[in-house]
Design a protein around this ligand. Structure first.
Ligand code: CO8
Length: 259
């Protein structure tokens, strides 16, 4: 399995599917085949019962220093329109299992956009986040202007997007961009430890909570509440709801099955 992957290192262990971007000689610059590999691997893991949580990180000194500039440099608008590459990228946001990002070094441009697609982010002390596109005469194209603004508000997002400056982990933590700062050498282990903790939760609850939280970004409060409620009702169709509540009453640990 996964032997044919050229730009990723992939493993599955203890219920955690780990995907590491693997082009360290170009700081994991994201080219189109890498996007395809990321999307297909995530979708496979989403369907794989032995994976409960996905961890996304990078090999080497960076998470990802952006989209591959060499691949883009000569592109024409018409080529980009016909390529429609973002239709594939958009499928990352349809993955139902939690995705936990582990960022070390640079997360720039498309690399920052990929990090912003994660549900939870751990970062090493040396991590730096930014949108340097403005210095290349372009702009973010995979959700950067939208996701960063929804996360930190218009005024702050403007500052980072218009300056192209790089954000330290302390700033990223302060703005709610990341969840936790971790020592570099412990980054993957700590991220996996947290992923394993989450993976013990009732799988359907994980799935429907993630889906509901993501809706909060797009929906009005009223619409979001209606959506949440339907998911809440849906969980009462599961064996895990019966098991979880019975285990509480019997003062024992629940044994969740994901159905
Ligand atoms: N594309 C291609 N190659 C890259 C990229 C990149 N984005 N980033 C680094 N590299 C390569 C360098 O060319 C270099 O290769 P070589 O050794 O062959 O010369 C190697 O990686 C190491 O890089 P540096 O020697 O430059 O390392 P430094 O530590 O001196 O600098 C930096 C690190 C500051 C990260 C620097 O490499 C840099 O500025 N990189 C470009 C960052 C950038 O501008 N990113 C934004 C790209 S545009 C974008 O992401 C648009 C997103 C649109 C959506 C995409 C969806 C996938």
């Amino acid at each position: 399995m996964h032997n044919d992957l050229k730009y990723l290192q992939v493993s599955i262990e203890d219920g955690i599917g780990t995907i590491l971007l693997n082009r360290p000689n170009v700081l994991n610059a994201i080219n189109r085949p890498m996007v395809s590999e990321i999307v297909h691997t995530m979708e496979e893991m989403d369907q794989n019962e032995s994976v409960k949580v996905i961890v996304l990180g990078g090999v080497g000194r960076a998470f990802a220093a952006g989209a591959d500039i060499d691949e883009m440099a000569e592109a024409t608008p018409l080529q980009l329109e016909l390529l429609n590459q973002f239709s594939e990228w958009d499928r990352i946001s349809l993955v139902k299992k939690p995705i936990i990002g582990a960022v070390q070094g640079f997360a720039l441009g498309g690399g920052f956009e990929l990090a912003l697609c994660c549900d939870i982010l751990f970062a090493a002390h040396d991590a730096e986040f930014g949108f340097p596109e403005i210095q290349l005469g372009v702009m973010p194209g995979a959700g950067g202007t939208q996701r960063l603004t929804k996360l930190m508000g218009k005024t702050k997002a403007m500052e980072w997007l218009l300056s192209g400056d790089r954000m330290s982990v302390e700033e990223a933590l302060n703005y709610g961009v990341i969840n936790r700062i971790v020592a570099r050498e412990l980054l993957i282990d700590e991220t996996k430890k947290f992923a394993i903790k989450i993976s013990k939760q009732a799988p359907l609850s994980l799935r429907l909570i993630k889906e509901s939280v993501l809706k909060a970004v797009d929906y009005s409060l009223y619409e979001g509440m209606q959506f949440e409620r339907k998911n809440f009702y849906l969980l009462f169709a599961s064996d895990d709801q019966k098991e979880g509540m019975k285990a509480f009453q019997e003062r024992r640990k629940p044994n969740f099955k994901g159905r």
